[in-house]
Design a binder for this molecule. Structure first.
Ligand SMILES: NC(=O)c1ccc[n+]([C@@H]2O[C@H](COP(=O)([O-])OP(=O)(O)OC[C@H]3O[C@@H](n4cnc5c(N)ncnc54)[C@H](O)[C@@H]3O)[C@@H](O)[C@H]2O)c1
Length: 424
C-alpha cells in the first residue's frame, strides 16, 4: 500500500512493482558497461540540474538507463515510445520504487499515448531522449515556448534519425540532437543482433510456429533485416529477401538468400517480417496473393509498414486465436494472421532486445546526454553523430567486461598507417 501512495505517474498496476524491481536488477547483471557509467556518473554528476524528458520503450533495460541518468544528477520523466512496448511491472517499479515519474501502460490507446507524452512535456525538459522522434515533434509543433530552455536531445532509432534529418533539411530542427543510432556500437549490434534475435523470439512467442522448413520473407536488408535473416536461417528457415536498394539486394544474394520482388515473395512466404522503416511495404495486392495461414509481422519502428487499413477493407471476418494474433479471413476463405497489430513484434510479443545488447546502446545514450550537457553551447541546431571517442570507449568497456583483449598498433605500424610513402 505504501508503494501505491508513493507512485508518480500513470501505470497499469502498482502492485507489480516488486516483480518489476527483480527484473530490472536481473537486466542490470547483463549491463556492465552501463553499470560502470552509472558509478562514474554518481561521482561526477555530469547531468546535475538537467531535466530529461524520455520517450523510450519502457523495458527493464530502459529502467537501467534512467537510473544511470538519475545517478548523474538528472531528473527524468518517462513515457512510452510505442503503445504496446511497455512492460507494466517495470513501469510500476520505476514509478513506485525508484521515484521516476513514469507514464506508460501496455496497450494504451492513441489518446492515452499522446496524453502520456504531454505529461513528459509538462515536466519542462531541458533535454529530450527519443525513440522515434515523437517527443521532439510534439515539443516543436505544440510547445514552442519550451525551446528557450532546451539544450538538446538524443535519438535512439533509425526512423527517428530519418525524421530529425528531414526536420534539419526543412530548417525546423529546434535544437542539437545526437543520433545515438548512428554509433557503430549501437546499430551494428542492437539493430542486427538485438532485433535479429528478439524479432524471432516475438514471432515464436506469439505463434509457436516452427521456423525449420518454412519460408520466411524479410522485407528490407538493412541492419535489422540482416539480423532477422541470419537468425531465421540459423533456425532452419528458407529465407527470401526483398529490397529496393540494388546494393543491399546483392549483399543478400551473396549472403546466400533468395532475392525477389514482393509481388513474387508474397506467394512464396509462410512468414513475413518487415524491417524497412518505410510506408506500406506490404499492401492489399500482397495480402491477396498470400498462402492460407500466412503470418505477417513488422519489426520496423512504425506499424504503417503494413497497410492494415486495406486488409480491414478486404476482410470478411476476423478473430483472435491467441494473444497478439489477429486472424483476417478473406473472401475466398484464406486467412492472414497479423501479429501484434503490426507494431514492433519484438517488443509487443517478446521483451525487446536482450539486456547485453542494450548495454551498449544505452551506454551511448548516457554518454551522449553527458556530452550534450557539457558542450551544448557550442553545438548548432543539427543532427550530430555520437563522438567517435564515446563509440570507441563503449566498445572497449564491453570487450573488457567480456574478458576479451585485443592487439594494439606497434610504433612501427602507427608510422606505417599514417604514411603515404611506402608502396610496392
Ligand atoms: N524492432 C526493433 O527493436 C528495432 C530496433 C532497431 C531499429 N528498428 C527500426 O527498424 C527499421 C529498420 O532499421 P535499420 O536500422 O535496419 O534501417 P536500414 O536503413 O539499415 O535498413 C532499412 C532497409 O530497408 C530497405 N527498404 C526500404 N524500403 C523498402 C521496400 N519498400 N521494400 C524493401 N526494402 C525496403 C532499405 O533499402 C534498407 O536497406 C527502422 O524503422 C528502425 O527504426 C527497430
Amino acid at each position: 500500500m505504501a508503494v501505491v501512495e508513493k507512485l508518480r505517474g500513470d501505470v497499469k498496476d502498482a502492485s507489480l512493482a516488486e516483480q518489476g524491481r527483480a527484473r530490472i536488477e536481473w537486466a542490470s547483471t547483463f549491463m556492465p558497461v552501463l553499470g560502470q557509467i552509472r558509478d562514474r556518473f554518481a561521482h561526477t554528476k555530469p547531468l546535475a540540474g538537467v531535466r530529461i524528458g524520455a520517450c523510450l520503450h519502457v523495458t527493464t533495460e530502459t529502467a537501467n538507463l534512467v537510473l544511470a541518468l538519475k545517478a548523474g544528477g538528472a531528473e527524468v520523466t518517462l513515457c512510452a515510445s510505442n503503445p504496446l512496448s511497455t512492460q507494466d511491472d517495470n513501469a510500476a517499479a520505476l514509478a513506485a520504487i525508484y521515484d521516476i515519474p513514469t507514464f506508460a501502460i501496455k496497450g494504451e490507446d492513441e489518446k492515452t499515448y499522446y496524453k502520456h507524452i504531454e505529461a513528459v512535456v509538462a515536466s519542462k525538459p531541458h533535454m529530450t531522449m527519443d525513440d522515434g522522434c515523437d517527443l521532439v515533434t510534439t515539443i516543436y509543433t505544440k510547445h514552442n515556448h519550451l525551446l528557450k530552455d532546451m539544450i538538446g536531445g538524443c535519438e535512439e532509432t533509425t526512423t527517428g534519425v530519418i525524421r530529425l534529418k528531414a526536420m534539419q533539411k526543412d530548417g525546423v530542427l529546434p535544437y542539437p540532437v545526437i543520433a545515438v543510432n548512428n554509433a557503430l556500437t549501437k546499430h551494428m549490434f542492437d539493430n542486427r543482433y538485438g532485433t535479429g534475435q528478439s524479432t524471432i523470439d516475438g514471432i515464436i512467442r506469439a505463434t509457436n510456429v516452427l521456423l525449420a522448413g518454412h519460408t520466411l520473407v524479410v522485407v528490407g536488408y538493412g541492419w535489422c533485416g540482416r539480423g532477422v535473416a541470419s537468425r531465421a536461417k540459423g533456425l532452419g528457415a528458407h529465407v527470401i529477401v526483398t529490397e529496393i536498394d540494388p546494393r543491399k539486394a546483392l549483399e543478400a544474394l551473396m549472403d546466400g538468400f533468395q532475392v525477389m520482388p514482393m509481388e513474387q515473395a508474397a506467394k512464396a512466404g509462410d512468414i513475413f517480417v518487415t524491417v524497412t522503416g518505410n510506408y506500406h511495404v506490404i499492401r492489399e495486392e500482397h495480402f491477396k496473393a498470400m498462402k492460407d495461414g500466412a503470418i505477417v509481422c513488422n519489426s520496423g519502428h512504425f506499424n504503417d509498414e503494413l497497410d492494415l487499413d486495406a486488409l480491414e477493407k478486404i476482410k470478411v471476418g476476423k478473430d483472435q486465436p491467441r494473444p497478439f494474433i489477429d486472424r483476417y479471413e478473406l473472401k475466398d476463405g484464406r486467412k492472414v494472421c497479423i501479429l501484434g497489430q503490426g507494431r514492433l513484434i519484438n517488443l509487443a510479443a517478446a521483451e525487446g532486445h536482450p539486456a547485453a545488447v542494450m548495454d551498449m546502446s544505452f551506454a551511448n545514450q548516457a554518454m551522449a546526454a553527458a556530452h550534450l550537457a557539457q558542450h551544448h553551447q557550442s553545438m548548432e541546431k543539427k543532427v550530430y553523430d555520437v563522438p567517435d571517442h564515446i563509440d570507441e570507449e563503449v566498445a572497449k568497456l564491453k570487450l573488457a567486461s567480456m574478458h576479451v583483449n585485443i592487439d594494439t598498433l606497434t610504433p612501427e605500424q602507427e608510422i606505417y598507417m599514417a604514411s603515404w610513402s611506402e608502396g610496392t
